[in-house]
Design a binder for this molecule. Structure first.
Ligand code: PMT
Length: 407
C-alpha cells in the first residue's frame, strides 16, 4: 500500500467494545509502513491495555494528559502538528459530542481540537444511541465541518440486538484513510475511468459466455488511481469484489452495457484504463427459455462480435487510452498490434499462461508498451503495484499533454 508508507497517522481510540478491531487496524497500518501514533481515552484503556497497541505499532500510546514523564512535551500539540490524518475509531457518542462542541477533556479531544489535519470519525455504539437526535445533530455538525464520517454499519451489536452501530470493517476504514491521504496526489483533479472483471454474454436465462477474470486487476487500478487523488469511475463486469471506497462503481453484465457505461463515463475524463476482459463474441440471440439437453444432438450457438469498446471510444485530445493485452502466445507482437488497432497510448501485456499471474491471481507480471515504441518489463508483483507503475506512465503522459499547445 504505497500511499501509507511513512505517512504520519494518529489513531484515536475511545471506550467501546469495538476497540479490539482498532488493534487490527493499528497492526495493518503499521505493517503498511505508516508512522502510527495511538491516543486512547481513559475509558478505552479499560477495554484493551495500552501495551497491546504498543506491541502492534511499536510505539507507546498516549492516554494520560497529566503524564509528566511523556516522551513528548505537550504531547497533544506535537501529535496534532505531526498528523497528516487523525482517525477516531471506534468513536463513542461521548467523543462525537465532545468533537462537535469543541470540548477538550482528555487526550483524544484535546488533540482533535489542536490539529488542522483531516479528521476521519468512525462511530460505534448502540443503535439507540446512534439514532438519538443529539448524536445525529453532532454528526451533522461534524460533516458540515468537513469531517469524514465512516459508518457505522448494520449488524449484531454488543447488546445482542441487531441494528445500526457496528464499527466499519478495518479494510473500509483503511480505504478512507488512503483516499484522504491521496487527495493531494499527482492525479488530483483528474478523472480516470477504469474497467475490470469479465463480461457475461447470456445464452439463455441460466447460461452465458464468460471468462475467468476476477476483477482484481481493474479494482487495483481503481484503488491506486484513487490513492493518487483521481476521481475514479470503475465500470465492472460481474465480480465478487466489494466496491472500493470513494470510487464510483458501475456494475454491468454484458459487453454492450459496458460500452454504454464507458462511453458515458469518458465524457470529461482524462484517462481510460481498460483492464476488463471483455468477451469478444456474444450469442447472436439470447434464448428466452432454458435450453433443454438432448442426448442425441450436438448444439451449436452462433456467435457474433461484441462492440470493440476501446475502438468505439476513439481518439480525443486530452484522453489517455490504456488497454490490456491478455495473450497466450506472441505476447509483444500481439500487444503491439493492439496499440495500433485500438489507437492506444499504452498497452499492458500479460502472458495468461503463467500460473502465478494473470487471471484471478493476486500478482501480475506485465510488459508496458507505449505508442512511441517504449517498453518496460516488470517482474512479478502485486496487482496494486502493477497499477502504480501504469499510473506513473499515465501521469507522465497527462503532464506532457498539458505542455502541448492547443490545436
Ligand atoms: O481480472 P483479473 O482476474 O485480475 O485478471 C486480469 C486480466 C488478466 C483480465 C487483465 O490483466 C487483462 O489482461 N485484461 C485484458 C483482457 C482482454 O480482454 O484482453 P484482450 O487482449 O482480449 O483485449 C485487448 C483490450 O481491448 C483490453 O483492454 C480489453 O478491455 C479491450 N476490449 C476487448 C474486447 C472488446 N470487445 N472491447 C474492448 O475494449
Amino acid at each position: 500500500m504505497y500511499n501509507l508508507t511513512d505517512r504520519n497517522i494518529v489513531l484515536c481510540v475511545t471506550g467501546s467494545i469495538a476497540v479490539y478491531k482498532a488493534v487490527d487496524l493499528a497492526s495493518k497500518l503499521t505493517q503498511a509502513g505508516a508512522v502510527l501514533n495511538v491516543i486512547m481515552t481513559p475509558e478505552a484503556t479499560k477495554f484493551v491495555a495500552p501495551i497491546t497497541f504498543q506491541s502492534v505499532s511499536g510505539r507507546c500510546p498516549y492516554w494520560d494528559m497529566w503524564d509528566a514523564n511523556s516522551n513528548l512535551a505537550e504531547a497533544h500539540i506535537a501529535l496534532a502538528r505531526q498528523a497528516e490524518v487523525l482517525v477516531i475509531a471506534p468513536a463513542t457518542a461521548t467523543i462525537v459530542a465532545r468533537l462537535a462542541l469543541g470540548l477538550a477533556e482528555e487526550m483524544v479531544s484535546l488533540t482533535a481540537l489542536a490539529t488542522r489535519a483531516p479528521l476521519i470519525v468512525c462511530p460505534a455504539m448502540d443503535s439507540q444511541m446512534f439514532e438519538h437526535p443529539a448524536t445525529q445533530e453532532h454528526l451533522t455538525t461534524l460533516r458540515n465541518r468537513g469531517v469524514q464520517i465512516v459508518g457505522p454499519e448494520d449488524g449484531r451489536l454488543a447488546s445482542g440486538q441487531m441494528g445500526r452501530g457496528r464499527l466499519s470493517e478495518v479494510e473500509t476504514i483503511i480505504g478512507w484513510i488512503r483516499h484522504v491521504l491521496g487527495r493531494g496526489g499527482d492525479l488530483a483533479g483528474k478523472k480516470v475511468v477504469v474497467t475490470g472483471g469479465g463480461t457475461h454474454e447470456p445464452i439463455d436465462p441460466v447460461r452465458f459466455v464468460g471468462n475467468n477474470s476476477s476483477g482484481k486487476m481493474g479494482f487495483a487500478v481503481a484503488e491506486a488511481a484513487r490513492d493518487r487523488g483521481a476521481d475514479v469511475v470503475l465500470v465492472s463486469g460481474p465480480s465478487v469484489l466489494p466496491d472500493p471506497v470513494a470510487v464510483e462503481v458501475l456494475r454491468v453484465r454484458r459487453a454492450a452495457e459496458m460500452r454504454d457505461a464507458v462511453v458515458a463515463a469518458c465524457v470529461g475524463a482524462d484517462a481510460l484504463i481498460m483492464a476488463a476482459a471483455v468477451a469478444d463474441y456474444q450469442p447472436a440471440e439470447t434464448v428466452g427459455e432454458k435450453i433443454k439437453r438432448r442426448q442425441s444432438e450436438t448444439l451449436s450457438i452462433p456467435l457474433v462480435p461484441t462492440p470493440d469498446i476501446l475502438a468505439e471510444v476513439g481518439v480525443r485530445p486530452g484522453l489517455v487510452k490504456v488497454g490490456f493485452a491478455a495473450e497466450s502466445r506472441d505476447l509483444l507482437a500481439n500487444a503491439q498490434q493492439k496499440i495500433e488497432d485500438k489507437q492506444l497510448d499504452l498497452i499492458v501485456a500479460n502472458d495468461i499462461t503463467a500460473s502465478d499471474a494473470g487471471f484471478a491471481a493476486d500478482n501480475n507480471r506485465v510488459v508496458i508498451l507505449d505508442s512511441a515504441g517504449g517498453r518496460a518489463e516488470l517482474p512479478l508483483m502485486s496487482k496494486y503495484d502493477v497499477a502504480w507503475h501504469i499510473l506513473d506512465k499515465v501521469a507522465t503522459l497527462l503532464a506532457a499533454s498539458k505542455l502541448q499547445p492547443e490545436a
